[in-house]
Design a binder for this molecule. Structure first.
Ligand SMILES: Cc1ncc(COP(=O)(O)O)c(C=O)c1O
Length: 1010
């Protein structure tokens, strides 16, 4: 029965059916569909459904399989954004009815999913394609053990059934497309199919196209629809379908496919064999699409829509002809975290281990005094850069070499250059050219001889005669002892070299293999040899890339490891790879732990810092107000100079005597009250706290610790145990037995308010209760540890009298008192150098970190002679890096800068100005609950209600993001994440403060709470 002559249900009829079979009054809206009828139904209660009416020949097994499949998915992965089946009044999912013309029809209903289809959403938002891969990966994981006989069918959209399409190829009207499709299908039959048949199979969705994926307003996938194409096939076909559609119409189709693959692999790891076939399978899917459209067009010749929708498919297939499939294969391997070029690492190891067996390639020593490394990047030897004409370039380069008295000029490996001309440096991505150099250039006079560095045979020889190409080029094939093959390539040689080469000719190590060419016969360059190692010729032979596109650099640096493995120069001859934000995020997700978070919804790539400012790769300038590490200002020139002066002289450990460590210890200790007189140097605040813990346990012979709620003291195992901020939050294992938590002395949110004259004493009593509980249990504290102002707790200033009362009680019980000054120390609070001084106490141990080295990894523990001596029990305290001459030079310089630039006073003045400004805003912005702090350690707690203190967490995050949009970096903290924290480098100026206050005021008005 033709679909055209079937009864077409009206929306009214759909509403009647829906009421009859589902018992729901709903309004129907017709949805576009090719064969079946679909209606969007909105019930009176506002719930939404899709009502589906199938054509008579619909197979019940197929419908049943869809129901079971959706049930399986709902059970296995409840969070997948999929529709749910709606049961009808009879409790079944599908109902057979007769339509008004007497035809049998099936009706079914599903829940409605909100969202815009991916295809449309992509026109207005930049979408993250890894989501598609993740979604389909999760689908396949959930469907892994699902079986249904309805999925075993012959189906033209199954990639594995591609040969069936051969019969339709002749129907494709465009000859070029016809040829491509024909060859794609042929390759599948001859090569791919048998490999595919060995790969894992299961039931797959098989239709992740950009009209079946829904996206919400934030660009997050909110649904996958249309389960009609499911099939039992190979799992990799699922991904191939998703990639094929993701690539359509994209400027960088392979980049988008890589995103999808990376997303899939993260949740459903692929086999190497699957990755190897993927690119071919994508092409097969596109070829199938052409055949299907041609077949449909033949049956319905007037249907121009079919041709329009095919435009992108044909265009992509044609572009894919220009793309090297091996490069794509390696890119897929790379985004899956595998070695991009299989075997590269092994060859690199062999070359490294056998360096003594490698001979020179030219007659000059490549010692540092005999080579000149040229800068051939855009910022070049002179302001105009290296001139492009071969003659000019030769003059410039060779006179530079002469000036430097260097026999050889060097062009670096992985240098990103602007010197390449010629359309063969274009890529299929219109936004990208090939610019990154994969070899090392040796600039030498024309006709100088070159030698084989190892035994090898001629694998490729040619005269590449285009301008800016290689001219005469030879590639030798070498073998390792284990028989692994690799290649060395020599480009830009002389025509006289051509006579030396013939296929398979063997060269012994040290034999002349060619001569440097003069321009223009060398490709029209200044005379040099382009020397490159290759692990794989990528099917490109004499055209194998010597220069790569940035987006392919992971692949090409694996295919072409550093030529210096053979040249053995001691001089730096490798450029650094600059990546865009997307690439960095991809690399982070593949090679770094996901535990490392990024700040802001749209993270920043910061490339430079100066004073209180940070600059992004996009040239944007940010005022940094959350950096108590780069304390005296980012990249302070005096700190940089201190490091640069000491680093070339000596850096070693504390087992040798050095001035720096003692001079630094003296100056640092001079800032502490007696009896704090001994220093230990560490590499971080965490190490300092861990050592403080060991010192106190050693001194007291006890294990137990008293801590303050919500504190964070560091990332070591011992300190996670002391950090409720970690152990009581996500992923934490709760409070350990040896730890007692004292309530946070929070005069704003805690039970005792700041206006209580005994606030500090009462909170101290609460801490003492914990101490007493410990003592009553027959135990004794090793120490009480607290920050001198509470950082993670929400920038809280301790109430007067708190520490002195707690310290007295702890000491009376035999414990020590540790002040963690990792966040607040070094003059930040303005009135004092150290936070504990605000409380009129002297701790037994003080720990230092963050600001101490202005960004250099450094930490310290300051303690008494008695505690230090007790620790001297025969076991050496050795810290490889702690206290090294470079670190000490830096630490010393930081101390002197704080003094010389009067930064402590500055922190006090500017901090007070900010506090005053913020306090004036309290009356204007109801969201602002409390402003607190000292110096440049300030918190603004946001609340929705001043009585209930309901935290304004979302608003705090909103204000931070708004401020970021205005070029000011802040963040939130506190147990409820509703405290805006302010702790800029202490060189922050009054002008910066006023700028901040103006912007903050405006942002608070924008999010104002009514
Ligand atoms: C109060 C406090 N103590 C200790 C540490 C740990 O310092 P680091 O990260 O240098 O190990 C931190 C770090 O945030 C901290 O805020």
């Amino acid at each position: 029965m033709s679909v055209a002559t079937l009864h077409k249900y009206s929306t009214k009829e759909a509403e009647v059916l829906f009421l009859e079979f589902y018992g729901l009054i709903a309004t129907a809206t017709a949805l576009p569909s090719e064969r079946d009828l679909n209606f969007r139904m909105t019930s009176e209660a506002g719930q939404e459904y899709v009502l589906k009416l199938y054509v008579p020949e619909t197979d019940m097994i197929w419908l049943d399989a869809q129901d079971k499949l959706l049930q399986e998915l709902a059970q296995r992965d409840v969070d997948l954004p999929l529709p749910r089946i709606v049961q009808n009044k009879e409790g079944s999912t599908t109902k057979q009815i007769k339509d008004p013309s007497g035809e049998v029809r099936f009706i079914r209903a599903l829940t409605w999913l909100d969202g815009e289809v991916w295809n449309k959403a992509a026109k207005t938002q930049a979408l993250d394609f890894t989501q598609i891969g993740q979604l389909m990966g999760r689908m396949d994981v959930a469907l892994k053990s699902f079986l249904h006989k309805g999925a075993q069918r012959s189906f033209l959209w199954d990639i594995a059934q591609a040969p069936a399409h051969t019969a339709f190829v002749h129907l494709i009207d465009d000859p070029a497309t016809r040829t491509i499709v024909g060859s794609v299908l042929e390759k599948f039959e001859v090569q791919t199919a048998s490999n595919l048949s060995r790969l894992p199979s299961q039931i797959i969705h098989n239709d992740a196209n950009d009209y079946n994926i829904l996206v919400d307003g934030n660009g997050v996938i909110s649904g996958l629809i249309d389960f009609g194409d499911f099939i039992k096939s190979h799992r990799i076909c699922e991904l191939a379908v998703a990639c094929a559609y993701a690539m359509l119409g994209q400027r960088d189709p392979v980049g988008r496919a890589c995103d999808v693959v990376a997303g899939y692999h993260r949740v459903n790891p692929l086999l190497k064999e699957e990755i190897a076939l993927l690119y071919d399978l994508i092409r097969v899917r596109l070829a199938e699409s052409c055949c299907m459209a041609a077949q449909q067009y033949a049956a319905d010749p007037g249907n121009e829509y079919l041709l329009i929708s095919q435009k992108d498919v044909r265009e992509l297939l044609t572009r894919m002809e220009q793309i090297n499939p091996q490069v794509v294969h390696y890119r897929f391997r790379d985004v899956c975290g595998l070695e991009a070029c299989n075997g590269s690492r092994k060859i690199v190891q062999w070359l490294s281990a056998n360096a003594d067996k490698i001979g020179p390639i030219c007659q000059h020593d490549l010692t540092p005094d005999n080579v000149l490394v040229l800068d051939l990047s855009p910022l070049s030897v002179n302001d105009e850069g290296i001139p492009h004409s071969a003659e000019d370039a030769t003059n410039v380069i060779f006179s530079l070499m002469e000036e430097a008295n260097a026999a050889v000029g060097i062009g670096s490996y992985l240098e990103d250059r602007d010197v390449y001309k010629g359309d063969f440096f274009e890529t299929v991505n219109p936004d990208e050219k090939r610019t990154v150099h994969l070899g090392i250039d040796l600039f030498l006079p024309a006709y100088e001889p070159l030698y084989a560095p190892l035994d090898g045979v001629v694998r490729v020889h040619n005269d590449n005669t285009r301008d800016y190409d290689y001219g005469p080029v030879v590639i030798l094939e070498h073998k390792t002892d284990e028989g692994d093959v690799f290649y060395t390539k020599y480009g830009h040689l002389s025509r006289t070299s051509l006579e030396l080469w013939e296929d398979g000719k063997a060269f012994k190590k040290g034999e002349v293999i060619g001569y440097l060419g003069p321009y223009p016969e060398n490709g029209n360059w200044a005379p040099h040899v382009h020397f490159q190692i290759l692990i794989d010729l990528m099917g490109m032979e004499n055209d194998v890339c010597g220069v790569a596109a940035r987006s392919e650099i992971n692949v090409w640096s694996s295919v072409c490891p550093s030529p210096n493995l053979i040249l053995g120069m001691k001089t730096k001859c490798q450029g650094s790879i600059v990546r865009n934000s997307k690439s960095i995020r991809g690399e982070r997700s593949r090679h770094l732990s996901p535990n490392l978070s990024l700040s802001y919804s749209d993270p920043l790539k910061i490339i430079r810092g100066e004073g209180q400012f940070l600059y992004t790769d996009q040239g944007e300038k940010y005022l940094d107000m959350v950096n108590n590490v780069c304390h005296v200002g980012h990249c302070h020139p005096r700190v940089v100079a201190a490091a640069a002066e000491q680093m070339p002289v000596l850096n070693t450990n504390t087992r040798y005597m050095h001035d720096n460590i003692v001079n630094y210890a003296r100056e640092l200790l001079a800032t502490f009250p007696d009896p704090l007189e001994v220093c230990f140097f560490t590499n971080s605040g965490s190490e300092a706290n861990d050592l403080a813990l060991r010192l106190s346990r050693n001194y007291t012979g006890s294990e137990d610790m008293l801590i303050v709620d919500h504190a964070y003291h560091g990332n070591l195992t011992s300190l996670i145990d002391l950090s409720p901020y970690k152990f009581n939050r996500k992923g934490g294992k709760g409070c350990p037995d040896h730890v007692k938590i004292c309530p946070m002395p929070d005069g704003y949110r805690g039970p005792i308010k700041a206006d209580d004259p005994d606030c500090g004493l009462k909170y101290a009593d609460m801490a003492i209760e914990q101490l007493e509980a410990l003592v009553e249990a027959g135990r004794k504290p090793a120490a009480f540890i607290a920050e001198s102002l509470l950082g993670c707790g929400g920038q809280i200033v301790l109430p007067d009298g708190y520490l002195s009362k707690v310290y007295a009680a702890v000491r009376a019980a035999g414990g020590l008192c540790i002040a963690d000054e990792v966040q607040v120390g070094f003059g930040r609070i303005g009135s004092h150098m150290w936070g504990f001084e605000l409380q009129d106490v002297v701790p037994d141990i003080v720990t230092l970190g963050k600001p101490i080295g202005n960004g250099h990894p450094l930490g310290a523990v300051i303690t008494t002679r008695a505690v230090a001596d007790a620790f001297f029990n025969g076991m050496e305290y050795f810290n490889t890096f702690g206290g090294n001459p470079v670190s000490c030079a830096i630490g010393l310089e930081v101390l002197q800068i704080i003094r010389d630039e009067r930064l402590q006073n500055n922190a006090g003045q500017v901090g007070q100005h900010i506090m005053d400004g913020l306090e004036q805003m309290l009356a204007r912005h109801a969201l602002m609950g409390e402003v607190r702090g000292r110096g440049l350690f300030i918190g603004v707690e946001l609340v929705r209600d001043h009585d209930s203190l309901e935290p304004a967490t979302a608003e705090a995050s909103q204000v931070v993001n708004l401020m970021k949009d205005r070029g000011i970096l802040l963040s939130t903290d506190g147990p409820l994440d509703n405290v805006v924290k302010i702790k800029p480098p202490i060189c922050f100026s009054m002008e910066d403060a006023d700028h901040f206050l103006r912007e903050f005021d405006q942002c608070m008005s924008l999010i104002g709470y009514h």
